[in-house]
Ligand binder design. Sequence first.
Ligand code: HEC
Ligand code: HEC
Length: 352
Amino acid sequence: MLGRAGGTKQLVMRGLILLIGASFGILLLSFTIDRFRDNQVDISEKRVDILLSELGEPKGLHFISELDPEKVKKGSELVLSGRTTSPNGKPTKKQSRYFVCIDCHNVVREDPVLEDPNPESRLKYAVEHKIPFLQGTTLFGVVNREHWYNDDYLKKYGGLVAPARDTLVNAIQLCATTCSQGRLFEDWELEAVLHYLHSIGLTVKDLGLNQSEIDKVTDVNSTDKIGKSSLLKQHYSQISHATFLNPLSQSERKYGSNGSVDNGKLVYDNSCLHCHRDGGVTNFVLSHEKVDFSFLKKHLSGNGNKSVYYISRKGTYSINGYKPYMPNYTLERMSHQQLEDLAAYINQQASK
Ligand code: HEC
Ligand code: HEC
């Protein structure tokens, strides 16, 4: 009896020792893995443009390696409010009397998946993050793109945008004058804007790499620089595509019959009201009053600026002496379905 009891006890003890030993082993192993991970440089905060240049990719003409916080600050003031203080302490003249950059562009991430920017997921993301849904592509990550004013902008405006296609500085100046209806940035302002735009460039954590991809990119034993840089580039779009659309013909329009009222409200609130609110960039103020929806509903079937189907795709041109105008939405910035959703919302609100 005693002997057997002692035997069981011994067995239990052995089991315990084994268990403790094993857990130590596992603990040790995880420590070493952690240590190994620690030794591996943490690249999550690293700028993607710097990493790519270290991998032998050509730098953009606008590339800045060391950011100057003072210039970043002045650049952000110029982009967010259109003015800053000059190096000798004087307030600058407003860049544009009509617009600031953020009337049409976000300056934060706006797409959940950077390699697949699309208006459907962008609208959801905009609502979740309380940011507007706009015609211009976000300036977040604009320094990481390789061409600007793409596809139909080039086709339609040709010579005007050609110099801006390969050179970010030219793209900024073009937008400052043509989109913003303002003056050119002075050299020091432009430099400040570029410092700011680099400060909102992509860092590695924005790309959402998984652990094995991070291991690949940081593998010091691999000399496959091209493989590493193409892996990075697969995770974001190097250009912002732009497809211009003609307004749907009257018979193609579904007048919201297949639209989601809820989504339509999101388009209205996060996009239209960004500019058409009281105090916005245009005197044509829209609200949640029935009278505004009745106006929009009445003109839905029209073929002029008052029709949402028409103006969303065509935008307006600025008229002499009155410079605010409405930029068009490309297919990449508002889908056909979203426009129908908006029509559904307008119809519903007008018949309340
Ligand atoms: C009235 C609207 C509007 C204003 C104001 C505006 N932009 Fe734009 N911008 C656009 C549109 C529309 C495009 C077309 C390409 C795109 O962004 O998809 C564009 C394009 C650009 C591009 C090229 C983006 C790309 O990836 O092709 C840059 C850079 C830019 N703008 C910078 C600025 C800056 C800086 C300001 C402020 C000085 C500014 N914009 C003001 C509407 C505007
Ligand atoms: C980036 C700013 C901006 C956004 C976003 C915007 N608009 Fe506009 N919109 C304008 C400006 C500026 C005008 C004035 C153009 C003019 O007077 O020539 C205008 C004009 C209009 C007009 C014509 C009014 C008239 O009597 O001629 C309609 C209708 C309109 N917008 C509807 C919309 C709708 C619907 C949306 C959302 C899908 C929208 N806008 C989004 C800036 C914007």
